[in-house]
Every structure is written in structure tokens, then in C-alpha cells.
Design a protein around this ligand. Structure first.
Ligand code: COA
Length: 159
């Protein structure tokens, strides 16, 4: 699949370091631990462990990279097969999607999501899900535009 000026390809070993740094940036933002002064290296080693466990694990997964014609990496989507324990059915699940700031707003996020969906269909999966933080309005708008709606909510209360 091509979008003007970009190609989508599966990641190779050469992409691992770059991918881990992008996944780390998103994890450190989404965990909500800003007040704890946790060093970035802690997040990075957590992500590196999860990444290698999933990439070498039994569940099919794909890290798809968007690259400019100049060979510059612009974004990624990481998708895997997961089992829904309630229904016992398998679905695709987007572990993360990331587009670097200079490349945002050009449809690359949508292109990456479509590629993740294509991967899910190729694996015979009939649905795809993801988790997104309340307040990540740009991402939520993107998912809604692509046909996603809310099926579960994680709720919290101040103690
Ligand atoms: C969410 C994300 C992947 C979207 O990537 P993208 O390439 O900008 O996506 P698209 O261009 O397909 O669509 C983004 C929307 O933002 C708008 N937009 C325009 N300029 C933008 C900019 N500079 N930055 C972000 N969004 C912009 C787009 O027009 C589009 O329209 P909408 O707001 O009406 O929906 C990207 O913002 C990102 O990497 N965010 C940080 C990581 C993150 O939050 N990931 C999601 C975890 S669940």
C-alpha cells in the first residue's frame, strides 16, 4: 500500500532501536506517572523487554513503518493478535501508533491504521481494537473517523 510520498513496510532489525524510542515516548506520556521523576531509561528498558517478548513470542504481530521517499522514518504502528477472554475469539489489537510531529496531519496516522487493519484481515481476524487515553482528542477523532467506537471504559475516582 502506498500513500503519496510514503511507503509502508514491515520493520527489520535495523528499526528496533528507533521503534523502541518511539514506543517509549508514548508509554511515558500515557502512564500518568509524571510526578514520580522516573528516568526515561526505566521506561526504555520496560519497553525493550516487552518488545522483545512480544516480537519473539507466539502471538502473531507486525510492526509497520511509514517511511518518506527520502528514506526518513516518519511513523509506526504495532499490531498483534490477542484473545478476548470473555468471548474466546481472537482479534487484532493496536499496541501503539506513532507519527513524528513534522509528519502529522497529512493522513499518515490513517494510512498506518488502515495497514494494521489490512494485516488483521490477512490473519483472518474479524475485529480490531486499541486503548486510548481520554483527552488524546486528535487520536480519538482519527479513530472515530475510521469507524472505531467505544466498547469498554476504564473508570477512576479521586480518593
Ligand atoms: C495520533 C497520531 C498517530 C495521528 O497521526 P497523524 O499522521 O497526524 O494522523 P492523520 O493525519 O491521519 O489525522 C490526524 C488529525 O489531526 C489533524 N492535524 C492537523 N495537523 C496536525 C498536527 N500538526 N498534529 C497532529 N494532528 C494534526 C489532521 O488534520 C487530522 O484531522 P482531525 O483532527 O480532523 O481528525 C499522532 O498525532 C501521534 O503520533 N500522536 C502521539 C502518539 C499517540 O498519541 N498515539 C496514539 C496512542 S493511542
Amino acid at each position: 500500500m502506498n500513500m503519496e510520498g510514503f511507503i509502508f513496510r514491515l520493520a527489520s532489525d535495523n528499526d528496533t532501536k528507533w521503534a523502541i524510542s518511539k514506543l517509549t515516548a508514548d508509554l511515558s506520556l500515557s502512564l500518568g506517572l509524571e510526578g514520580y521523576d522516573i528516568p526515561m531509561e526505566t521506561y526504555e528498558s520496560m519497553v525493550a523487554k516487552v518488545y522483545s517478548d512480544i516480537v519473539s513470542g507466539p502471538a502473531p504481530n507486525a510492526l509497520i513503518v511509514a517511511e518518506s521517499e527520502q528514506g526518513e522514518r516518519a511513523g509506526l504502528v504495532w499490531v498483534m493478535r490477542t484473545r478476548d477472554e470473555n468471548s474466546g475469539t481472537d482479534r487484532a489489537f493496536v499496541l501503539d501508533i506513532h507519527v513524528d510531529e513534522p509528519f502529522r496531519g497529512q493522513g499518515l496516522g490513517a494510512g498506518l491504521m488502515e495497514r494494521a487493519e489490512e494485516w488483521g484481515r490477512e490473519k483472518g481476524l474479524s475485529s480490531i481494537g486499541l486503548a486510548v487515553s481520554e483527552g488524546n482528542d486528535g487520536a480519538i477523532r482519527l479513530y472515530r473517523r475510521l469507524g472505531y467506537d467505544t466498547k469498554r471504559r476504564i473508570m477512576m475516582k479521586t480518593l
